[in-house]
Design a protein around this ligand. Structure first.
Ligand code: AVJ
Length: 324
């Protein structure tokens, strides 16, 4: 009888479903975590963002790696194995792997929750001579633990966390995350951390509210994803993309603002959500840093900042943090 009662119950939502339910039922500010932007369409829209003239971040990140990869890897004693948190398209990573593979054969562990992105990256990187790829389809820290467990005595682990993804964490959570990463490393291991820097407010706003509307589409796709995966009836035309700069927190905040008072049905969660006219769903924080902030963040989390490389065209910092 007990078993029958249990099996008759609706499944308890987990992951995306649970986070959407909790985030939309919140009595104050509604909220959906930014990690859910990246379904198939969302990832394609992000790739389009990276080529927008207004969004210099990804090009700056790549430029620094292209120019300084040899210098970066020469600061680490050989042999080095590489683990990357979030493999992305792999375009930037190539420079680091090529520089390393000129010294010795390299094992590369991309860590990524999207199976499609992981497969694409593995295919790209295994085309580099003397690089062997072993990917992990897991959350960052689970994957890093698995990668760290496979290294052989004497190998130095280099963790890549590029693209200023660290900026998506709240400052407190970001610090906690770096401490957890440090906990999986040995003294002398390293973390190459990409961080977007504070710059003029108009430049930051344009990067997240481009006139072509790509970032708006990227943001609105979150509602499309809820429609597709949770059988909801969001009318995307009734929501507006909003990007603001919060000067106190030094971050861009993205929201989706309801243009009218409306009620939305989410069949997959058996719930309705009411929106007041002008009410928003908070979808992303993108923190901006100063070079000194990164240095002290490193110090507080068990690293020392060994070197920083800055891009002049689009203020961005590549930081080599060494575990101490
Ligand atoms: C991939 C997290 C670095 O915060 O700039 C781009 C995501 N959001 N445009 C960022 C994003 C809106 C991006 N990161």
């Amino acid at each position: 009888l007990r078993t029958e009662t249990l099996s008759a119950m609706a499944p308890v939502p987990a992951g995306f479903a649970a986070d959407v339910r909790d985030g939309l039922l919140r009595s104050g500010q509604k909220e959906i975590p930014s990690k859910y932007f990246y379904d198939e369409l969302g990832s394609a829209l992000f790739e389009a963002i990276t080529v927008l003239p207004e969004y210099g971040l990804t090009r700056a990140d790549e430029r620094i790696l292209r120019r300084h990869a040899v210098d970066i890897v020469s600061r680490l004693p050989a042999p080095v194995i590489v683990a990357e948190l979030g493999s992305g398209s792999g375009r930037k990573t190539r420079w680091v792997l090529e520089a390393l593979s000129r010294r010795h054969p390299v094992t590369y562990h991309p860590i990524e929750i999207s199976a499609t992105a992981l497969a694409r990256c593995a295919r790209e990187m295994s085309s580099i001579a003397s690089v062997s790829v072993v990917g992990f389809e897991r959350p960052y820290l689970d994957g890093l633990l698995a990668a760290a467990a496979r290294r052989v005595e004497g190998e130095v682990l280099l963790v890549l966390f590029l693209g200023s993804t660290i900026g998506n964490f709240d400052r407190h959570a970001g610090e906690h995350f770096l401490r957890q990463v440090r906990g999986m490393l040995r003294e002398g291991d390293a973390l190459l951390l990409g961080a977007d820097l504070v710059k003029s407010i108009p430049a930051m706003l344009a990067a997240y509210d481009d006139p072509t509307g790509v970032t708006a589409a990227f943001n609105l796709n979150l509602l499309g994803r809820i429609n597709r995966e949770l059988d909801a009836n969001f009318d995307l035309a009734l929501f507006q993309h909003v990007a603001r700069y919060n000067e106190v927190e030094q971050r861009i905040e993205m929201h989706l603002r309801s243009r009218v008072a409306q009620t939305v049905l989410v069949r997959g969660l058996e719930m309705v959500v009411h929106f007041e006219a002008g009410e928003t769903i908070w979808t992303e924080n993108s923190h901006k840093f100063t070079p000194m902030e990164i240095v002290s963040l490193a110090e507080r989390t068990g690293f020392r900042c060994d070197a920083q490389w800055l891009d002049q065209e689009w203020p961005f910092a590549q930081n080599l943090l060494v575990a101490r």
